[in-house]
Design a protein around this ligand. Structure first.
Ligand code: ZN
Ligand code: FE
Length: 239
């Protein structure tokens, strides 16, 4: 499987997971249809599945157009069946979603929204975290509690260290400023910031990160307790 990063809107990423043996793909969080269609048409790939991490417009905005064009099926959390446009297949925490050669384990990770899920493509050693875990940050808590968000991050944190992290937005540089302000002696973080700057200078995504890098550098994963996490989340909101 090949994973392609498709920049959408201002700073969103959609991801195509492509089975080259069959020339089919699924897409994760298509904010808009246009850049997805362009990539698929250029490479002559057929879109079969649309996977949504949560119901926010900048993650589902392309659902209807892509479904119409390709007849693709839409997969999302069962609790969000009334908020995810055109949803077809409902999944639950701990489910294995398996169609064609695509296989992912579903984790319910509430906090940013109550119905947020992530897709862990274990064969690809890749997790798609939407707006819950960002590189060097985490999503704002819009619907859930601090406790829910903390526990959701702990679930992601428990994945194997080599797991690649594909998140919903290019927020890494801004996030790094908050991390270094609160973790000034972190040598791994300093190295990562250099790499981030190099990538951004070349107009490249800073994604994917890895669980290992996030464990070492992401202040929210390093916070240790729910109380510390909550304090950091508040500070970040006003940073
Ligand atoms: Zn969101
Ligand atoms: Fe978002």
């Amino acid at each position: 499987m090949e994973i392609q990063i498709i920049p959408c809107l201002q700073d969103n990423y959609a991801y195509l997971i492509i089975d080259k043996t069959k020339n089919i793909a699924c897409v994760i969080d298509p904010s808009e249809a246009k850049p997805i269609i362009k990539y698929l048409e250029d490479k002559n790939i057929h879109l079969k599945y649309i996977l949504n991490t949560h119901h926010h417009y900048d993650h589902v905005g392309g659902n209807i157009e892509l479904k119409e064009k390709y007849g693709a099926s839409i997969i999302g959390y069962k609790g969000d069946k009334d908020r995810i446009p055109e949803i077809d297949i409902l999944v639950n925490d701990q489910d294995i979603w398996h169609e064609e050669n695509f296989q992912a384990k579903i984790f319910h990770i509430p906090g940013h929204t109550l119905g947020h899920i992530c897709f862990y493509f274990y064969n690809e050693e890749s997790v798609f975290t939407g707006d819950t875990l960002f590189s060097l940050g985490c999503g704002k808590i819009f619907e859930g509690t601090y406790s829910q968000m903390y526990n959701s991050l702990m679930k992601i944190k428990a994945l194997p260290e080599k797991t690649k992290v594909y998140c919903g937005h290019e927020y890494t540089k801004q996030n790094s400023k908050f991390c270094i302000a609160h973790d000034q002696d972190n040598e791994s973080l300093k190295v990562k910031i250099k790499l981030i700057d190099e990538k951004l200078k070349k107009n490249l995504p800073t994604i994917p990160s890895t669980i290992k890098e996030e464990l070492e550098c992401n202040i929210f994963l390093k916070s240790g307790t729910e109380e510390n996490f909550s304090k950091l989340r508040d500070l970040k909101d006003n940073f």
